[in-house]
Design a protein around this ligand. Structure first.
Ligand code: FE2
Length: 258
């Protein structure tokens, strides 16, 4: 599996606290089937994004963690003026593996009415928007039509694996399931911050999707789409979503069959 979102590097955001923890996190990811992990530190008002320092930490982490898992640089990019300016100056700088896919986090407090326009500027500069964990954003949970509109415009949605398992609460779980039912999820990622509460594992979400939807959908969301993003290739959405509608009749699927 390929995990495009993690806070695995030490001391640069609210993720790993030490190189020891970082190495344990990387080993945990590898032991649970992750072959490539994107380190995506926050770039926001609290944490600055120093790519030189991040690359140094990545090199150190690779050396300590050993073979069997690849580590590349990404960024958890918060939508704010300074970040947009910086990204427009260096379009690949913040993107996953510097190949064009940009993890985009929106504020929990407000959705700017011009969000789509700001994204269009980034897209015109060569970036592809991947909105991170909409299911955990209380404002977005009220704005399904906005998510549908964005996906219709070619933006992608990344759901946190643990949301599917209920670890971010019932509302996040139900909304994540609703998005899956409607074919509005393109990536599952761990958004790992530590070893316990938010671990770098995708295996449980993979299994959950296999059992509740299909093994093929799990493969697309946890392996094929994220691998394409790391390579900077377009996603193949030809199987998406009609053959992948839920097989089991959960609450949401019943609702949408009416
Ligand atoms: Fe994150």
């Amino acid at each position: 599996m390929v995990d495009i979102h993690s806070h695995v590097l030490p001391g640069i955001d609210d993720g790993s606290k030490s190189m020891e923890e970082t190495v344990e996190m990387i080993r945990m990811a590898r032991e649970h089937g992750t072959t490539l992990l994107v380190a995506s530190p926050h770039a926001d008002t609290q944490y600055s994004y120093d790519s030189t320092h991040i690359e140094e930490l990545l090199a150190e982490a690779r050396a300590f963690a050993g073979p069997g898992i690849e580590l590349v640089r990404g960024c958890d990019f918060h939508l704010m003026f300074d970040n947009i300016e910086a990204a427009l100056r260096q379009p690949m700088h913040y993107t996953i593996n510097q190949k064009g896919y940009l993890l985009m986090e929106l504020s929990d407090l407000t959705i700017f009415p011009n969000t789509g326009d700001l994204w269009s500027q980034l897209e015109d500069a060569g970036m592809t928007i991947v909105l991170t964990h909409p299911e955990r954003n209380p404002l977005l949970r009220q704005r399904l039509e906005l998510i549908q509109e964005w996906v219709g415009q070619g933006r992608y949605m990344q759901v946190t694996g643990q949301s599917l398992l209920g670890l971010f609460g019932k509302k996040a779980q139900e909304f994540a399931r609703q998005l899956l039912d409607l074919g509005l999820v393109h990536f599952i990622a761990s958004d790992a911050h530590d070893l316990q509460g938010r671990p770098p594992r995708l295996d449980q979400a993979f299994q959950w999707i296999s059992e509740n939807y299909s093994p093929r959908l799990a493969e697309l969301l946890c392996v094929e789409h994220p691998a394409a993003a790391v390579r900077g290739e377009a996603l193949d959405l030809s199987e998406f979503p009609p053959p992948l509608m839920p097989r089991k009749t959960g609450f949401w699927s019943k609702l949408f069959k009416r």
